[in-house]
Structure formats: C-alpha cells, structure tokens
Design a protein around this ligand. Structure first.
Ligand code: 5CA
Length: 431
C-alpha cells in the first residue's frame, strides 16, 4: 500500500469526550469515526486490524471444532417472547417495527435464534455434540456508551453456542472453548486472566470471563501469578479454573486462599465471556433431542462470546506509549512501514521503491510512506499508527550505504547496510 493512495486521515488532537487512551489513539490514527453515540464507521486502518482479530478468532474457533454460520442482525420478536427475554432485556434492546407492523429487533445476542436453527435440523444424540458460531454485529442500547469501541452500542462479536446431550458432555464443550479462548488471546500477544463470573441476563450456573492485562484497564484483578505464564500448548482448563482470580469487589484480603507472594494485582479489560446454562433456552423453545433410550430431552447448551471490536481498543490499551500505538506483529495492520524521508530525491525514491516492490512481491504487508509532507509529520504519523517495524530512508544515510531500522515495540533504532536490509527483515519476521 502506498500511503499517498491510502485513506489514513490522522488528526492532531482527539475530541475532548475521548476519555481513554485507546479511544484517543483510534481517532488520532484515523481508525474510526463516530457516527452517533457508541456507533462508529471503521476507516481503512481500523478495518484492517478488526479483520485481523476476526481472522485469529475464526482460526481458533475452527481449530477447536466449531462450525461457522451467519445469522442476521435483525430478528423477529417471536422467539424472544417465547424465551421470556423480550421483556427482560428492557431498554437495552433496540426494537423496530416493520411496515407490516411486525415487531422486530436488532440482535443483542443470539441464543434464541440459534436454538431455533438447531431444533429445526437436529433431533438425535447421534448428531451431538455441535458447536456453531458466527461473527456478526450486535446492538445494545447501553445507558452510557463510552470509551470508544470498548463500550459501543453497535459492536462486533463472535458468539457461539454448544449443544450437548447431558451436563458432563456440556462441560467438555465448555472446557474446549475455555482452552480456545486462552489460545486466541495469547496469539494476539495478550495475557488473558480467566475469572469465575456472574451470568447476568444470559443466565445459567457456570460462567467465566476473560480479562486481558493492560495498565490502563478498567477493572482491578487479584489472581494467582501462575495465570500470567501460560504455555499455549499445554493448557489444562480444569487446572486454570482452580487457580484463584477475582475482581476487586469479589476479592477479600482476609479470606484470600493464596499467599501474598503468589498473589498479583493488575488492571484488566474484559474481552470474552462464556456461559453454561443447561436447558434454560431449549426447554422454553422446545429444542429436544432423542437420547440413547429413545426419550426426548431438552438439549444442554452453552454460549461463548468474544468482543472483536472491543479487542481493537483493548490491544491499544495494552500496547501504546506517549507517541502512539505499538501493534503486536500478529494484529498489526502492516508489518513494515517504509518511510521515504525525501520523495523528491532520486536515490531515496529508487531505494524505497526497490524495497517496497520486493516486500509486495513476497506478500509481506507493507506501507510505503511516499507523501510529500514534512519529515516531522511523517515520523510522528508513523509513531502514531504503530507499525511494528519502520525502515527509514534518508539522503545522508543512503550516501553512507545505510538505512535506519526502528523497532516500534522497543523503540530501538539501528543502522543497517542497504544490501543487508532484506535479509535482516526476513530474519526478524521469521523469528
Ligand atoms: N451471549 C453471550 C455469549 S455469546 C454474551 O452476549 N455475552 S456478553 O454479554 O458477555 O458479551 C460477550 C463479549 O462481547 C463481552 O465479553 C465483551 O467483550 C463484548 N461486549 C459486550 N458488550 C459490549 C459493548 N457494549 N461494546 C463492545 N463490546 C461488548
């Protein structure tokens, strides 16, 4: 991508209602534009990151055996009346009347609709377990939408639903998702902390929320330090669920079961929530399956949510400095930024283009900053948008046969001989 062709409208100052750093940086880095309270347009840079996060979530869902489908955003009220949640959801649900006077709603979640799909097609234990997911926009008319995409009214969520013949099997499905969630967040470069949670309007008896650590997070977490050093390949959900973890209003210093030496206190942001609610919806919506003895029984269900759009903000909360964003490589909108400090200089232009074409040809996501603007603006915009690796091409360095390389995570700058640069980058990217 050439910066001059792209649409990346960076702005100097964030609006005064942007209270938290991720909201400020997303606006300043030209990632989103507010359309109305809690509702945003995703500008190209923001959309690339959103899609990257979505893809990691999708891959880990697929790896865990979940099957993707897509349900609509607009739902009919019928199923919600049957489940009893049409009234329970209150003002948070956006209600719409169509031209025929039918009551519709913009889905805040999908337990009812998926149960209806399930029951139309599956009626035997032989077809279980099943785990279905979709990635779709939700709407919740939050009383106080704030913090940008972290608490929006319209937001992108991955939600899936597991169907099992009994409680034992349902707990396996729950643990399978638990494991997939930990992997998903670690892949994004985040540190997930899992905590027992309230079930709220979703209902049920078992629930965990997943918070990721960020110094600027909203909740204070108290947890066993072992939760911070997980190995993605050896996750044991039962072991993790047995470790101590609590948010501040649940934590009681006097009755804390672990020693002070093992207790860590950090700030976190909730990015995922999972529930086991047994037959709550299947009974009301008549989703029955035949068991081995030929008896029709309500299917056992769980639901599992990840806030994909919230994760964009959460990642920025976890990775930024006073100059801007510092994307972890896995979710970065581009891996490399080639910054041509002097586009009007023939040598700078030729070298920049040579590198750019090489990376483009080799499918390495790169942005070439070829704008005719001041060096100061170029450098500060690049700090702001947080591409992990910067290749800075200036006239003086080129004369000495060098280019500058900056690692945005560490902010360390090195001079690299021009002929070694491609090898150097390839080595870093394969590490
Ligand atoms: N049906 C269940 C699981 S699929 C459910 O809706 N769970 S939830 O209410 O906890 O939401 C799941 C995730 O969506 C949350 O962990 C959070 O990351 C995200 N989320 C919820 N509300 C918002 C919001 N207003 N703005 C942005 N993300 C949100």
């Amino acid at each position: 991508m050439k910066y001059s062709n792209f649409f990346l409208p960076t702005v100097k100052d964030a609006p005064s209602d942007a209270e938290i750093i991720s909201h400020q940086l997303m606006i300043r880095a030209g990632m989103i534009k507010q359309s109305s309270a809690g509702i945003y347009s995703w500008l190209p840079l923001g959309l690339i990151v959103l899609k990257k996060i979505e893809q990691i979530v999708r891959e880990e869902q697929n790896n865990a055996g979940a099957i993707e489908l897509l349900m609509p955003t607009i739902q009919s009220s019928d199923l919600w009346i049957k489940s009893g949640r049409y009234d329970d959801y209150g003002k948070e649900m956006l209600r719409i009347t169509d031209r025929s006077g039918r009551e519709m709603l913009y889905g805040p979640t999908n337990e009812e609709l998926i149960t209806d799909i399930f029951k139309s097609h599956i009626n035997s234990y032989k077809d279980l377990p099943k785990n279905l997911y979709h990635i779709q926009w939700k709407f919740r008319d939050e009383v106080r939408p704030r913090f940008g995409v972290m608490r929006g009214r319209e937001f992108l969520m991955k939600d899936n639903y597991s169907f099992d013949i009994d409680e034992n099997s349902a707990k396996n499905s729950y643990d399978n998702m638990f494991k997939a969630y930990i992997k998903t967040f670690i892949r994004m470069g985040l540190t997930p902390i899992s905590l027992r949670a309230e079930t709220g309007p979703i209902g049920g008896s078992l629930s965990h929320e997943f918070q990721i650590l960020a110094k600027t997070g909203e909740s204070t977490l108290y947890y066993d330090k072992k939760l911070e050093t997980l190995n993605m390949n050896t996750i044991d959900p039962n072991e993790l669920q047995s470790f101590y973890a609590a948010v501040d209003d649940q934590h009681d210093e006097k009755n804390c079961p672990i020693s002070k030496d093992n207790l860590k206190i950090s700030k976190g942001i909730e990015v995922g929530h999972i529930f086991y609610f047994g037959t709550k919806y299947s009974e009301k919506l008549n989703a029955l399956v035949q068991d081995k003895k030929g008896k029709n029984i309500p299917v056992h269900m769980g639901s599992y949510g990840i806030g994909i759009s919230r994760l964009v903000g959460a990642l920025i909360e976890a990775y930024h400095d006073e100059k801007g964003i510092k994307w972890p490589l896995e979710v970065a909108p581009f891996k490399l930024s080639i910054i041509n400090l002097m586009p009007e200089d023939q040598d700078c232009d030729t070298k920049s283009m040579e590198y750019y074409e090489y990376f483009m040809k080799n499918n390495i996501e790169v942005i070439l900053d070829d704008r005719n603007c001041s060096i100061g603006k170029k450098l500060s915009d690049n700090e702001l948008i947080g591409i992990p690796f910067q290749i800075i091409i200036g006239k003086r360095d080129l004369k000495d046969g060098l280019v500058e390389f900056k690692n945005r995570q560490t902010n360390i700058v090195e001079k690299i001989p021009i002929d070694n640069l491609i090898n150097f980058i390839n080595t870093i990217l394969t590490k």
